[in-house]
Design a protein around this ligand. Sequence first.
Ligand SMILES: [Fe+2]
Ligand SMILES: [Fe+2]
Length: 208
Amino acid sequence: LFCLQRDTEPGWAVRAADQLDRVLIDHAHCEMKAAATAVSLAPRFYRRPAVATALSALAREELSHFEEVVAELDRRGLQLGAPPVDNYVKQLRARAAACKPHRVDALTDRLLVGALIEARSCERFKLLAAELERRGDPVAATYQRLMASEAGHYTLLRQLALAAHGDDDPGGSDDSPQRQEVLDRLHQLAAIEAEVVASLAGEASIHG
Ligand SMILES: [Fe+2]
Ligand SMILES: [Fe+2]
């Protein structure tokens, strides 16, 4: 899916659907973390107001997802609870930072790491939606919808990284050196991401 280089192993969706309560709690926190990341990045792009406002809008959308998932928790009589550590995101960020890009600055790199997290979330939502659908759980529809939204976020963050790195026509077919530098780094990060996914236990959490 997208630039991902490794598929989630097939058993994950079954385990996640078996422990849906736990996954929903983790998921709510993922949405809030996505919003918080967008909020923290937005003002740092003060030289690129279009990037800053796009991140601000992204944060609002992630907050609305948070509220939607919390409403689902309420319906199930569940409490949000303390945010669990997301080992996937933690490892991905650490390994991305340890393997510094040559051409792409640290800020642009954070957009690319974000794009990968969105791509993986999209893949996971798709798998979970299919498994829930098979079980006749109506939450399948929510995951179907959020999957489409995460796909849009992947595309957005990839485009913002291109814009931040000086390619003002990210949809265009030009192969400017800047564009290639960003795409090369995305490819490199995707390889790191695949290693991180392979190293995880596949537990019942969004990125587990
Ligand atoms: Fe979201
Ligand atoms: Fe997202």
